[in-house]
Write a protein that binds this ligand. Sequence first.
Ligand SMILES: [Fe+2]
Ligand SMILES: [Fe+2]
Length: 205
Amino acid sequence: MNHLLSRMSPSVTNMIRMDHTHVLTTFHQYHPDTAPRVKKGLADTVCVALEIHAQLEEEIFYPALRAIADSDFMSKSVPEHDQVRRLISQLRHLQPEETSFDEAFYQLMNAVMHHVADEETLLLPTAERVLAHQLGDLGAEMTKRRLQLTASRGGELAGSMARSMSAGGLVLGAGALLAAGYLLSGSPRAPVRGATRPEPSVSPF
Ligand SMILES: [Fe+2]
Ligand SMILES: [Fe+2]
């Protein structure tokens, strides 16, 4: 493992929390009256962020946790990722001018909020207890893999960022995906609250 990467990476659990924060921030920049081009940019940004995040968890975090803890409590994790992937696929087949685009976007947001709340209230605290001595190495491993995944989707990310930023807002999630920011910011935040059971397809905005 690259020594510099190991020293500068946040722990795996803090990195996952940062990913969650960045994607939820991007979700909250979307409004029904947002311009279609910007809606599409925000949706594309969220979709790529979620795909990379889910892959990182499935390749690095979930196996490490499964190897040491009773895996029953994480039995829903991968099926929920699969549901998110199905919702992403639906969203990608819609046009941002259509009302159904808003509905699909909010459905995706609700599924993600539910999943994030479960991870932050159960999986991450458990990992911090049972994987205490591996959190740094797993964080470095995740950073290394993230750099590979984001490099292969760089053009896609740049395009969606450009569209989403034309609203005048800064999409933190996309910036975070470019990875460098992760290496220097490691502060945890409070878990997501009040999102365990969001009403389906209801916009909170
Ligand atoms: Fe997850
Ligand atoms: Fe997650």
